[in-house]
Design a protein around this ligand. Structure first.
Ligand code: NAD
Length: 495
């Protein structure tokens, strides 16, 4: 049996439970309402999912609060929480194929990346925060001798987490890893477009020994379950990943309610600057093309604006075009596929709208530009490259969140940096040059949370991830993520 048949067979055999997880139990929504969940792979119905709303948020938050207050998790010794989180990560790895299949069916990404990136990265994240938590120390301030001032970190309490659909399990793990390790209770709302893997994570967390009520998952719509969570008076912190548009509403809802801590990881329109003295043009082309088309272009940090120095523009484009056929969309359940389906018909329409605007504005379409694989019933877009893009065009200014690359050329690096920064976003940026001073000057000048020099796709749980400007605040990943989920307490002791 080849891999192709095997993943299709496993998909047919998969049993999917779309009920919420509240207080350690699988439950329907309080109103009994459900929503349909269609697979972007072939348009097939994956089964009903609980449509949670304010009533379910009430119950889940009350349970999360009770669990926090009685200390069933928060008061466990960090070394005990560590052991349970490591077991949770082990279980995720044991259920690797099932989790990967859910991710691919729900969201459309190639199975090989669901396995190697999403499941592997999510399990690594949970394990890393589990391992970290009994190694984080408090501080003693250098106060005068007649006193002792302890600076300690305490869990904030009940954390509401709202995540998007592009890396459903990974984005959820970036929140629940540090939040649970620090001792908080969590109510997670996954995207209505990809709720399934988060629900299975909650089952596995329980199996690992995370007590009931500590980790709850409520599938539902943003303006129903999501806003109820962001507005809730007994949620201490809302950790949001999603669009800048909704991120602004989340911050407002926090202010409108109990001024809960509001952390936002938002959109991007990342600039990738390739200078003529780039040390390895082939590597620059491979990373630029590989990163914009990875995950169907549905990555917040995708290098969607390519600034290439005029001297090497033709050579760069020739090499880039030679790579494009390798990214032709294929069946996400085929182990060889590298580009899968766009998450749903709404996102497909958004991507096609931008492609239409690029054409109408006079950008030169060099590759793609069309919907493909229509016969499958799924939503696929050919990898698309526009050259001759002007900084004023919508394809150069707005986040498309699809496999569309906009190429802008430059003759002055200062001008390229100015244009790179002329965006409300500030998530990632890159510069390619063999000149060390130029690399350092440019990386300092780029207003972004992460700047890459002579590479684009490096990633590690040990490094912070987050944005400047309207790409959000706070950082996911690394020990810095604990800043989001802990309060800093000072205790003065008279000596
Ligand atoms: P989105 O903002 O539409 O939705 C994100 C989440 O918010 C979903 O769970 C949704 O149901 C919920 N939501 C929607 N309206 C809401 C409301 N009124 N109140 C409360 N919750 C609400 O974003 P999306 O389309 O799911 O995801 C794509 C976006 O996420 C892109 O902009 C991308 O750049 C961004 N993203 C950012 C990062 C990062 O780390 N910076 C990572 C991944 C994705």
């Amino acid at each position: 049996m080849n891999d192709f048949a095997s993943w299709h067979e496993r998909a047919r055999a998969l049993s999917i439970d779309g009920r919420a997880v509240i207080d350690g139990k699988r439950v329907p929504s309080r109103t009994g309402q459900q929503f349909d969940n269609r697979s972007p792979v072939d348009g097939r119905e994956l089964g009903p999912v609980a449509r949670c709303g304010p009533e379910d948020v009430e119950v889940a938050v009350a349970n999360a609060r009770a669990a926090f207050d009685d200390g069933r998790w928060a008061s466990l010794a960090p070394a005990k929480r560590k052991r349970i989180l490591i077991k949770f990560a082990d279980l995720m790895e044991q259920h690797r194929d099932e989790l990967a299949l859910l991710e691919t069916l729900d969201m459309g990404k190639p199975i090989k990346y669901s396995l190697a990136v999403d499941v592997a990265g999510a399990a690594n994240c949970i394990r890393w925060y589990g391992e970290a938590i009994d190694k984080v120390y408090g501080e003693i301030a250098p106060t005068p001798a007649d006193s002792l001032a302890l600076i300690t970190r305490e869990a904030v309490g009940v954390v509401g987490a709202i995540v998007p659909w592009n890396y459903p399990m990974l984005m959820a793990s970036w929140k629940i890893g540090p939040a649970l390790a620090a001792g908080n209770s969590v109510v997670l709302k996954p995207s209505e477009k990809s709720p399934l893997s988060a629900l299975r994570l909650a089952d596995l967390a329980l199996e690992a020994g995370i007590p009931p009520g500590v980790f709850n998952v409520l599938p539902g719509y943003g303006n129903e379950a999501g806003s109820a969570l962001a507005l809730h008076m007994d949620v201490d912190c809302i950790a949001f990943t999603g669009s800048t548009r909704v991120g602004k509403q989340i911050v407002q809802m926090a202010g409108q309610s109990n001024l809960k801590r509001a952390w936002t990881e938002l959109g991007g329109k990342s600039a990738n600057i390739v200078c003529a003295d780039c040390p390895d043009l082939d590597a620059a082309v491979a990373a630029s093309i590989g990163s914009i088309f990875f995950n169907q272009g549905e990555s917040c940090n995708a290098p969607s604006r390519l600034f290439v120095e005029e001297l090497i523009r033709e050579r760069f484009i020739e090499k880039a075009l030679a790579m494009v056929p390798a990214f032709a969309p294929g069946d996400p359940l085929d182990a060889g596929t590298v580009m899968g389906a766009i998450v749903d018909d709404i996102q497909l329409a958004t991507v096609m709208k931008y492609i239409g605007e690029g054409k109408a504005a006079g950008a030169r379409l060099l590759a793609g530009g069309e919907r493909v694989r229509l016969d499958t019933g799924g939503y696929y877009v050919a990898p698309t490259i526009f050259d001759g893009v002007d900084a004023g065009m919508s394809i150069a200014r707005e986040e498309i969140f699809g496999p569309v690359l906009s190429v802008l050329s430059f003759t002055s690096l200062d001008e390229a940096v100015r244009q790179a920064n002329a965006t409300p976003y500030g998530l990632h940026a890159a510069v390619w040059t063999a000149d060390l001073s130029k690399a350092i000057r440019t990386s300092r000048a780029l207003r972004a949370g992460t700047v890459h020099v002579n590479q684009y796709d490096n990633d590690d749980i040990t490094v912070p991830f987050g944005g400047y400007k309207q790409s959000g605040n706070g950082r996911d990943k690394s020990l810095h993520a604990f800043d989001k989920y802990t309060e800093l307490k000072t205790t003065w002791i008279q000596v």
